[in-house]
Design a protein around this ligand. Structure first.
Ligand SMILES: Cc1cc2nc3c(=O)[nH]c(=O)nc-3n(C[C@H](O)[C@H](O)[C@H](O)COP(=O)(O)OP(=O)(O)OC[C@H]3O[C@@H](n4cnc5c(N)ncnc54)[C@H](O)[C@@H]3O)c2cc1C
Length: 504
């Protein structure tokens, strides 16, 4: 395959790979440039103490036959090759609230979801039915989410401005039920004054429909797509960082790599954060007002990740996740101080092909602002040494890990006894691996006050430069997949690809 490529894709995250896979199937010559050793962005896994950890795929929704992600994965030849484990039908997520011993369960299937919550909230059937109906109604307004073509672009405008907090408070006065219904909001970083209900609805719908874990990690999703891309004649270059777009006659002509060489293309798709993409462009075609708008959009908070390796056959494996928050903080879980951190955490067990009786590992996720690690921001590291950014940073991480463990042990007694070793990551780790500015977990924050301002178009003012990835429409594996489809339909100029996926 020779230059210029039909399409050069910068970044091999979920969105970039979906574009590369689909467009190479469509007969285009595709070249993917990835700065890391491993492809996949947040699909990457890493091994510590001989155990596999996911960086950003703890569970997936919508993978049962006929559901949205299933259908895309079927078209891409992924679904049959994934080793999936269905999570507990009767509790894929359990919500824990401080000073309350109960475990509130989220079950798969809408009727099951309602019935299981009715056990703890017997008088709230009306509220629960209103809640589920609203989720389904809102999701139905997004044609692509339902793999529908010919949708009216205005269809969804009627639901974009629904405020998550106001809606939940409108269906019930029961504060505990309100807290439970948004209890797993670390999935989308709920901000009471911003988060649109459609974000909550699309994510919850996907998991209520069906919830799954990838056995031995989610990186296989990227590997399958990489194989497909190569089989369709595409090329993927790892360890290849793009530094600059070369613009000639109001089109991108090439990208310049870290070693100074260039890769020429007819079209370019950037899977990098839009701000990073703009930083690498020198052109007057993109107006300052657009650049300012994108640069001023807020990114979601980052995460502190504690990955635990358990002693062999010591700690029971669970087919459900836990989400904990401190009493009274459901609407502001991300607004912690040094003194009250963590206000919330999530617990994920990794599914392993070796055993499903005992857990090999556990990931605990808590929020962490970039400011908390800013003093080490001049460091860069993508290797696994624990004191990689100096002894102060190692001490900081240790202190945070122990503080988090103290909090988690209140609900998971004697957890420490089962730990063989643990490893941590902060927003700096995500910043350096993913290449965004601040280690944000989910990219650009959506806002119900001005929803269109927080949607990013896949098209740019440069006619041959497109964007893709979690920052466009929605984050998550499902969200980034949908963004890949949005970019492909914009590039191809029609929705034929959606038909093909639906008929796969
Ligand atoms: C802690 C955490 C937990 C998560 N858990 C889940 C979960 O359980 N389920 C779920 O569905 N989603 C989860 N997510 C979200 C999900 O992983 C992401 O939304 C999704 O993978 C993002 O895909 P993307 O297409 O935006 O690409 P990204 O993953 O952002 O990848 C971008 C790629 O571009 C590359 N790149 C950047 N700059 C350059 C450059 N200059 N040159 C070359 N390459 C470059 C990067 O190296 C990277 O490979 C989680 C995310 C995080 C952070």
């Amino acid at each position: 395959m020779t230059e210029p490529f039909d399409i050069v894709i910068i970044g091999s995250g979920m969105g970039g790979l979906v574009c590369a896979d689909i467009l190479s199937r469509e007969g285009y010559s595709v070249c993917v440039l990835e700065k890391n050793k491993q492809i996949g962005g947040c699909l990457q896994t890493y091994v510590r103490d001989k155990v596999i950890f996911d960086s950003g795929v703890h569970y997936l929704g919508g993978l049962a036959e006929g559901q949205n992600l299933y259908q895309v994965f079927k078209y891409l030849g992924i679904i049959d090759k994934l080793k999936l484990q269905k999570m507990d039908e009767d509790s894929f997520d359990r919500i824990l609230v401080e000073n309350d011993d109960k475990e509130y369960v989220f079950a798969q299937g809408y009727e099951n979801f309602i019935q299981k919550l009715l056990v703890d909230f017997p008088g709230e059937e009306k509220a629960l039915r209103l809640y589920c109906d609203k989720i389904r109604e809102v999701c139905s307004k997004f044609p692509l989410y339902n793999l529908r073509t010919g949708g009216d672009v205005n269809e969804k405008t009627t639901v974009l401005e629904i405020d998550t907090k106001a809606f939940i408070e409108s269906i019930t006065d029961n504060k505990k039920l309100q807290a439970v219904l948004v209890g797993n909001n670390m999935l989308y970083v709920l901000q009471a004054d911003k988060t649109p209900f459609y974000v909550h609805a699309m994510i919850l719908n996907s998991y209520i429909e069906s919830s799954w874990k990838c056995i031995d990690g989610g990186s296989v999703i990227g590997k399958i797509m990489a194989k497909n891309i190569r089989e369709h004649g595409g090329v993927i270059h790892r360890n290849t960082e793009v530094k600059k777009f070369i613009v000639e006659e109001n089109r991108v002509a090439a990208v310049q790599l870290a070693d100074g060489s260039q890769v020429k293309g007819k079209h370019f798709i950037s899977n990098m954060h839009p701000v990073r993409t703009l930083d690498m462009l020198e052109t007057d075609i993109i107006k300052q007002a657009y650049k300012n708008r994108i640069r001023n959009l807020e990114n979601s908070i980052g995460g502190f990740v504690l990955n635990i390796v358990f002693k062999k056959d010591h700690y029971p494996y669970n087919r459900h996740n836990y989400y904990y928050h401190k009493e009274g903080h459901v609407w502001n879980m991300a607004d912690h101080t040094e003194a009250n951190w963590p206000l919330c955490y999530a617990v994920f067990f990794s599914a392993s092909s070796k055993t499903d009786r005992y857990a090999e590992s556990m990931t605990i996720l808590a929020y962490m602002r970039y400011d908390e690690v800013r003093q080490w921001e001049s460091t860069f590291n993508t290797v696994s040494a624990e004191d990689d950014r100096g002894p102060d940073y190692a001490a900081f991480k240790k202190h945070k890990a122990e503080t988090l463990l103290d909090c988690v042990e209140e609900r998971f007694p004697k957890l420490r006894e089962s730990i063989k070793s643990y490893y941590t990551a902060t927003p700096l780790s995500y910043r350096d691996y993913i290449g965004n500015e601040d280690g944000s977990m989910y990219g650009i924050v959506k806002d119900y006050h001005n929803p269109l301002k927080t949607f990013i178009s896949p098209r740019t003012k440069l006619p041959n430069l497109y964007l893709t990835g979690q920052n466009l429409n929605l984050h998550g594996i499902l969200g980034a997949t949908m963004s890949g489809l949005v970019t492909c339909t914009a590039f191809l100029g029609n929705e034929d690809i959606i038909e093909k996926i639906r008929n796969a």
